[in-house]
Design a protein around this ligand. Sequence first.
Ligand code: FES
Ligand code: FES
Length: 169
Amino acid sequence: MPRMSADIRHRLRFRLNGRAVEGEAEPRMLLTDFLRHALGMTGTHVGCEHGVCGACTIQIDGVPARACLALALQVDGADLRTVEGLAPQSGRLSELQQAFRRHHALQCGFCTAGILMSLDWYLRDHPDPSEAELREFLGGHLCRCTGYTPILAAALDAAKRMREAPPDA
Ligand code: FES
Ligand code: FES
């Protein structure tokens, strides 16, 4: 990353949920703050702000990442996906989102966006996960409400339905 003056705003451009986005940020600005405050994309939540809770998880260039551990200027030129980009079209939830709704896999919902973004990635490469594998994977996300049982049930249900009818089939 090139050296940047700390006290001025710098231009950045990236793709967000399939659309070109541009703006300006100071070098110290976190990606979470840029998404939420500069772009108004408040689906990405902020909990611990030091990479532990998983609430801020988004996908950067197709891979889950903690947005609270990235600076906005680091994603210049990248391809980002947030929970706002998960639904395939307006008014229609993704299979994973539908499963979360069916199984009541959220209560306050604070952790949910991050969990959805991680699971969306995981289930693409692990279409038939065991409950134990999902438990291990979800260890990277803290949920204070659900006890995880409905989240696991939703993930297993979504995986099964996607195996039976792949999303882009
Ligand atoms: Fe980023 Fe907790 S807010 S991991
Ligand atoms: Fe409240 Fe997970 S649903 S923290």
